[in-house]
Write a protein that binds this ligand. Structure first.
Ligand code: FES
Length: 160
């Protein structure tokens, strides 16, 4: 049988008196631990109060040619950068759309040559704003609000 050390006796004493001495916040922290707090703080850096999420950087978009997320909101997300003038330091036009085609739900791709979103299934075509140009689709692509903050791209998980 082991005997309690002076330190463990102190902890036991504190444990007995905790319910009456701890405030609600302290009781919450004691019960759920600081891991819960770290999760909340980690999330703050990725999502703003207006529902914008950091989905990557301009550098990543430049390297990859697009940013795609299958489970961004209720629908997938495709971010592309439109053509920019040669030797221009401008960012150019960014477009954030749901790539789900309104015809039979295939996923469209951005075509740099035709400067359009093209559906691979039945060739519906949409401009950089998601506006339907031709093909059997009957609706425009849904678009998400998009912002550039520094080098980061932020997209809101709702449609415009
Ligand atoms: S699914 Fe896109 S054109 Fe048919």
């Amino acid at each position: 049988m082991t005997h309690p050390t002076p330190h463990s006796r102190k902890l036991l004493k504190l444990g007995r008196s905790e319910p009456s001495l701890m405030s609600g916040r302290r009781a919450f922290l004691r019960r759920f631990g600081t891991g819960w707090l770290l999760v909340l703080m980690g999330g703050c850096g990725k999502t703003s109060s207006a529902g914008f999420q950091n989905i990557g950087s301009l550098k990543l978009l430049e390297e990859e040619g697009k940013i795609f997320s299958e489970h961004f909101s209720s629908e997938p997300l495709l971010v592309i950068r439109g053509p920019k003038k040669k030797n221009s330091s401008e960012i150019g036009v960014l477009s954030a759309v749901s790539p789900t085609c309104s015809h039979q739900k295939c996923l469209v791709n951005w075509d740099n040559v035709q400067e359009s979103f093209i559906c691979p299934c039945h060739q519906s075509r949409f401009d950089i704003t998601g506006k339907h140009l031709q093909g059997p689709a009957t609706e425009n692509l849904k678009t998400y609000p998009i912002e550039v903050r520094g080098d980061d791209i932020w997209v809101a998980g709702r449609f415009q």
